[in-house]
Design a protein around this ligand. Structure first.
Ligand SMILES: [Zn+2]
Length: 425
């Protein structure tokens, strides 16, 4: 992921004539919440690249016009009229300091997703906001008037999050940033719940691996049980049973999860394990994409999967099964059904899902964790059906399995060992 900030000199901006700016008209685009995430540059495709080198500061209005716009309505040059009426309808006047709350945020010449990206700003960057709408904000960047997605701005200065383990030693410190679903990403359109944010932690360990592991604490999406999403991207029915029966073409977006025999909700335990695993992976040099860090994240299973597809090198969803036999750990393998194994993206990725699952089971086995049967069970899952990186749902036990802190620590060690095994150390 890139972290470039391009600065344009005031002199360069001032030298540009007004006629060079905004000579075209822009479509009025009502940007839905989800497409605004195009504005995070977690998307490599949207990143600066070569076109950035040709970025023209003239695409943002120069300082003089920018200042004229702030908090005033009397000025009415042709350019300004075009901007305020054509490109920024219903923008409330503001005059406030805001902060960027995203990994990389596109700063654009106009309030529309396709407008030219002038630069990218990183999390914590301070900007002056002069106009606001639900979708877009008008800001002054480096003396120029530009537009950024409103959802990645906050009026409170963001705190840099650190892992709890970071307090122990400098070696495992990490930086972090929130990441949302980009509506342009493949399969993102199949997601129904995606207003939540995952958090990407960067290991600052001396032995940094340069790999991102998506740790997905199963369940924990309020309202997820009353929304349905399509099981397969091609609309075909599920080939095995499970939470949703075989033959169904849609399933709950995120189920509530089971309840342990002692009354603890599965989602609580998956979250506790996710936090343990996160710290262990960061300490070992892996970056971690944490899908959920509290009891509720508004990301359905498809959103979680698409985030992992685009931001991680593998995806591990943590679960416990709903049986009551303390049967041990296993992963959900890809059903040996030809129609399923020949459907994309399953066809291109199922073998790597198995390689990841086998490595995790080997790691767990190595730390003494009880393993069910041969460590896998065939299951047609939404996660698998949309995964384009090595991806498994791993069940660490069931309703009657112990989930004490000591057990979670052992499970965390086993899973981290499995990750190392998968990536070949
Ligand atoms: Zn579960």
């Amino acid at each position: 992921m890139r972290k470039k900030i391009r600065m344009f000199g005031m002199a360069a901006a001032m030298a540009v004539t007004m006629s060079a700016c905004h000579s075209g008209t822009y479509e009025k685009v009502d940007v839905p919440e989800t497409s605004a995430v195009v504005e995070t540059a977690a998307n490599g495709a949207q990143a600066f690249g070569t076109s950035g080198d040709k970025a023209d500061p003239s695409q943002c209005r120069d300082t003089v016009d920018g200042i004229n716009t702030v908090g005033k309505t009397a000025e009415s040059s042709a350019v300004k009229a075009e901007l305020t009426t054509e490109t920024a309808p219903n923008m409330e006047e503001r005059n406030e300091t805001v902060y960027v709350n995203a990994t990389d945020l596109n700063v654009r010449t106009a309030p529309q997703p396709g407008a030219e990206v002038v630069t990218k700003v990183t999390g914590g960057q301070e900007l002056q906001r002069t106009g606001y709408s639900d979708s877009w904000s008008r800001v002054v960047y480096n003396g120029q008037v530009c537009y950024v997605s409103s959802q990645y701005l906050t009026t409170t200065k963001p705190q840099v999050q650190e892992t709890t383990a970071a307090a122990h030693t400098d070696e495992i410190r990490s930086g972090s940033s929130e990441v949302g679903l980009n509506a342009d990403w493949k399969y993102a359109g199949f997601s129904k719940i995606n207003s939540g944010k995952a958090v990407l932690y960067r290991s600052e360990s001396a032995n940094r691996k340069g790999k991102v592991v998506c740790v997905n604490a199963g369940h924990g999406t309020s309202g997820g049980g009353s929304v349905k999403t399509q099981c397969h991207p091609d609309g075909t029915p599920k080939v095995t049973g499970g939470t949703t029966g075989a033959g169904a073409t849609s399933a709950v977006a995120v189920s509530g999860g089971m309840q342990f025999a002692d009354g603890t909700g599965e989602a609580k335990v998956t979250l506790a394990l996710a936090k343990v695993l996160k710290d262990k992976l960061i300490a070992r040099g892996y970056d971690v994409l944490m899908i959920r860090e509290s009891d509720d994240v508004q990301l359905d299973n498809i959103a979680r999967t698409v985030l992992a597809n685009n931001l991680a090198d593998c995806h591990i969803a943590l679960h416990w099964d709903s049986t009551t036999s303390n049967k041990g750990a296993f992963y959900m393998s890809v059903p040996n059904v030809s129609s399923y194994r020949s459907m994309e993206p399953v066809a291109s990725h199922w073998q790597e899902h198995h390689a990841l699952g086998d490595s995790l089971i080997a790691g767990l086995k190595g730390t003494g964790v009880k393993i069910f049967s041969n460590g896998k069970m065939e299951m047609d899952l939404t996660q698998t059906s949309y995964s384009t990186v090595p991806s498994v749902d791993i069940e660490l036990g069931d309703k009657v399995s112990d989930h004490s802190a000591a057990t979670l620590d052992t499970l965390g060690n086993g899973l981290a060992d499995g990750v190392e095994q998968f990536f070949g150390k």
